[in-house]
Design a binder for this molecule. Structure first.
Ligand code: PLP
Length: 403
């Protein structure tokens, strides 16, 4: 069986059909979000990219089919390999990340799984941020060991996997420093850029080799669809990962891509509004009598405020804080909010609140939770785009119910 070549070439050349409206790097980030990613030739002059809801694409002749598979001819073949609507989204996010090329995946976890399985071999080790997105941690700790891949801190590591800022503790990693150390040891550096989004942080610029993100969160921004993306800095890694993605099939559906591209157009606007709200709420919470501490990279008290200023173009809209009365205090706030929605996930236009100790991490023993920085009193808030007065009022009445 042919394992390299055709699968890959067939897809990449199809994507060349996509239009490059301008040279993305010369455009501002907001303009890029709005304009990059579309068809080379609109069919009816349409402004929005159509949904190409087709699993397969016809060849003009048997000869053309052969040419497309060999990579000598541009053109789409089959949606698991590539699809025009999906390619438009890939182009858009890649321009935002300032990477070489991107590949959309069915979910954020599909992006992470594909990255890990395409870059690691039996006996390899992964060095990862300790407070990782829960499901990524489960994958590294419980699933990959079955294939002889372990997540321990050893010199022979093949992959360094960074999440910055971390979920839910809002701790940062210096990407440039980590990349220098990792590269000196021959390891690939991957960054999960979900929390900041490419509008506020471009890890490839700081030396990372690949970025993964959950498009479910900020890039889509409307809490209505799940998706993921992998963007690499260079062609070789792109080929390596894309090959496995096409083989394993965790690709994105065109309708999903269309919805996410619609969301991506307003990422800069939503992010600007949400982070403005977040700074205001962080300051409000800091002065609230029922709040014991606040961690937001935009506050000068954040231990890595200087790093955040250097590495990010804004402080984002995620924050966490501690409430009086620990576990009970947290539960009280969860049950008392009226406008802010009690739900996991993040990055939507609506504010979402979560209490890890009683919800997402309730099955983790308290000692382990504390070790990962998830104290009983920690409340996580994904600040949305509402009027800030309304959010303040809601938090105030909920906090005041803590005895
Ligand atoms: C949500 C999330 C993921 C997983 O993404 P899905 O789209 O839910 O599969 C991975 N990393 C981070 C930081 C996340 O917040």
């Amino acid at each position: 069986m042919r394992t390299t070549g055709p699968l890959f070439h067939g897809t990449t050349d199809g994507e060349k059909l996509m239009k490059e409206k301008h040279t993305p790097r010369n455009l501002g980030r907001t303009t890029r979000a709005i304009h990059v990613g579309g068809l080379k030739e609109p069919v009816f002059g349409e402004v929005s990219v159509p949904i190409f809801q087709s699993s397969t694409f016809s060849f003009p002749s048997a000869h053309d089919g052969a040419e497309r598979f060999s990579g000598r001819q541009e053109g789409f073949i089959y949606t698991r390999l590539s699809n025009p609507t999906v390619a438009a989204l890939e182009e858009n996010v890649t321009a935002m990340e300032e990477g070489y090329r991107g590949m959309a995946t069915a979910s954020g976890m599909a992006a992470i799984t594909t990255l890990l399985l395409s870059t690691l071999n039996q006996g390899d080790h992964v060095v990862a941020t300790d407070s990782l997105y829960g499901t990524t941690r489960v994958l590294l700790e419980n699933e990959l060991p079955r294939f002889g891949i372990h997540g321990t801190f050893v010199d022979t590591s093949r992959l360094v996997f960074i999440e910055t800022p971390t979920n839910p503790t809002m701790i940062l990693t210096d990407i440039r420093q980590a990349a220098e150390i990792a590269h000196a040891h021959g390891a690939i550096v991957a960054v999960d850029n979900t929390f900041a989004s490419p509008f506020l942080q471009r890890p490839l610029h700081w030396g990372a080799d690949v970025v993964v993100s959950s498009l479910t969160k900020y890039i889509n921004g409307h809490s209505d669809v799940v998706g993921g993306m992998i963007v690499t800095a260079a062609p070789d890694l792109y080929k390596q990962i894309k090959r496995l993605l096409c083989l394993m099939g965790g690709t994105m559906d065109p309708h999903q891509a269309w919805l996410i591209l619609r969301g991506a157009r307003t990422l800069p606007l939503r992010m600007e509004r949400a982070q403005k709200n977040a700074l205001r709420l962080a300051t409000f919470l800091k002065n609230h009598p029922k709040v014991t501490w606040v961690r937001y990279p935009g506050l000068p008290e954040h231990p890595q405020h200087e790093l955040a200023k250097r590495q990010m173009d804004g402080f984002g809209a995620m924050l966490c804080f501690g409430v009086k009365n620990g576990l009970e205090g947290g539960v009280m706030v969860m049950n008392s909010v009226r406008l802010i929605t009690l739900a996991v996930s993040l990055g939507g236009v609506e504010s979402l609140i979560e209490h890890p100790a009683s919800m997402t991490h309730s099955s983790v023993p308290r000692e382990e939770r504390e070790q990962a920085g998830i104290s009983d009193d920690l409340v996580r808030l994904s600040v949305g785009c509402e009027d800030p007065e309304d959010l303040e009022e809601d938090l105030d009445q909920a906090l005041n119910r803590i005895p």
